[in-house]
Design a protein around this ligand. Structure first.
Ligand code: FES
Ligand code: FES
Length: 176
């Protein structure tokens, strides 16, 4: 099976019925999609598949052969953020961050489609995305700012510099 993930072609060895969420996190080490309910009910695992927001926990690999998959890692770069990423950053729209990747993907798709800053439309676009920190007010405000173009997509200052030689900490199966 093959996918293009964030612009990079990947040849995969996971079984055909493995979920896209499993493939991204466990085979490719792409950890922004979070393993929440794993039943389609929370939105934490949402990614773009050929430009459409999909709950990756419900997508069997076999159904998306050759698709383009985009996660938060592929939306922008630290020195060139996507508008929704910059808006979340500027508007303090993340608390623990567990829901944030899914929210960003849904919000990005909404803004790319020409979504407006109308509150009801934003709530509909984010429908089914659960924030356990209940930070909805700032999330909606950030999406609204991105939809208006009222955001600077400048670089985020790196606040952490890894020490050379420091081992990467990646715990398989962890939600982080
Ligand atoms: S983990 Fe996929 S919707 Fe909750
Ligand atoms: S920021 Fe914690 S779950 Fe949404």
């Amino acid at each position: 099976m093959n996918l293009t993930v964030n612009g990079v072609e990947a040849r995969l060895v996971s079984p055909p019925l493995a979920s896209l969420l499993h493939v991204l996190r466990e085979e490719l080490g792409v950890t922004s999609p979070k393993a929440g309910c794993q039943q389609g009910g929370c939105g934490a695992c949402t990614v773009l598949v050929d430009g459409e927001p999909r709950r990756s926990c419900l997508v069997p690999l076999a159904t998306i052969e050759g698709a383009r998959v985009t996660t938060v890692e592929g939306l922008g770069r630290p020195d060139d953020l996507a508008p929704v990423q910059a808006a979340f950053h500027e508007g303090y729209a993340a608390q623990c961050g567990f829901c944030t990747s899914g929210m960003l993907i849904a919000a990005h798709a909404y803004v790319e489609r020409g979504g407006t800053d109308e509150r009801g439309a934003i709530l509909e676009a984010l429908g089914g995305h659960i924030c356990r920190c209940t930070g909805y007010a700032k999330i909606v405000a950030a999406v609204s700012a991105a939809a208006r173009g009222d955001v600077a997509t400048q670089a985020v200052e790196a606040s952490y510099e890894p020490v050379p030689g420091e081992p990467e900490v990646l715990v398989k199966g962890s939600p982080a």
